[in-house]
Design a protein around this ligand. Structure first.
Ligand SMILES: CC(C)(COP(=O)(O)OP(=O)(O)OC[C@H]1O[C@@H](n2cnc3c(N)ncnc32)[C@H](O)[C@@H]1OP(=O)(O)O)[C@@H](O)C(=O)NCCC(=O)NCCS
Length: 164
């Protein structure tokens, strides 16, 4: 097994061009701002060895509500934020080695320290591996229709402690 670590990369990372190539190859490209969202931040977690990128998870930070054309949920006048996973991919040759689960665990940590109330993702019905992984990790699940997708799944992991 390739020895790897997971860390957050930002645009001035010395290997940033590799992540751009990885997104081009596997995720239809990388753009700083994702259209259609009230995006407040964007974070990229990379599973990498010295030699190669094994997998990636990107989330954006958005208020809870506007994604569904609804007003933001507020507490004491302050909008609640969520981390929404927009990209989650492990290269086929490195799958079933817990890299995906480790990326999700790091995302949970990072989202929590970024004051997000929950980690959210939407997954199309064909993404069975992703469904299995999220259910195994204890995400809550809600079926959702979207365009021609009749049985997508929306996953949520709560991050706030009680009383927050
Ligand atoms: C989803 C994905 C990122 C998972 O990455 P991974 O590194 O292979 O996942 P892990 O090894 O951490 O899997 C953890 C657990 O999830 C479940 N799981 C993962 N892949 C599975 C599969 N093909 N079949 C059944 N269960 C699976 C298992 O419970 C697994 O634990 P186990 O290996 O001990 O049984 C990877 O399959 C992938 O990149 N798929 C294509 C892209 C994709 O669908 N992304 C999500 C878009 S919404």
């Amino acid at each position: 097994m390739e020895k790897y670590e997971i860390s957050e990369w930002v645009a001035d990372h010395p290997r940033w061009s590799e992540i751009v190539d990885f997104f081009d190859q596997h995720q239809s490209g990388f753009s700083e701002f994702i259209d259609g969202y009230d995006q407040r931040d964007s974070r990229v977690l990379v599973a990498h060895s010295n030699r190669v990128i094994l997998g990636v998870l990107r989330f954006i930070v958005i208020p809870i509500g506007p994604e569904d054309n609804l007003p933001a949920v507020k507490v004491n006048g302050k909008e609640l934020l969520q981390a929404k996973v927009m990209n989650f991919f492990v290269s086929p040759e490195f799958r079933r080695k817990r890299i995906g689960m480790n990326l999700q665990e790091k995302a949970i940590e990072l989202a929590r320290t970024s004051h997000c109330r929950q980690l959210a993702s939407f997954s199309y019905s064909q993404n069975r591996e992703n469904h299995a992984l999220k259910l195994r990790m204890g995400f809550t699940v809600r079926p959702e229709t979207r365009g021609s997708e009749r049985h997508g799944l929306y996953f949520l992991m709560p991050l706030a402690s009680s009383g927050e």
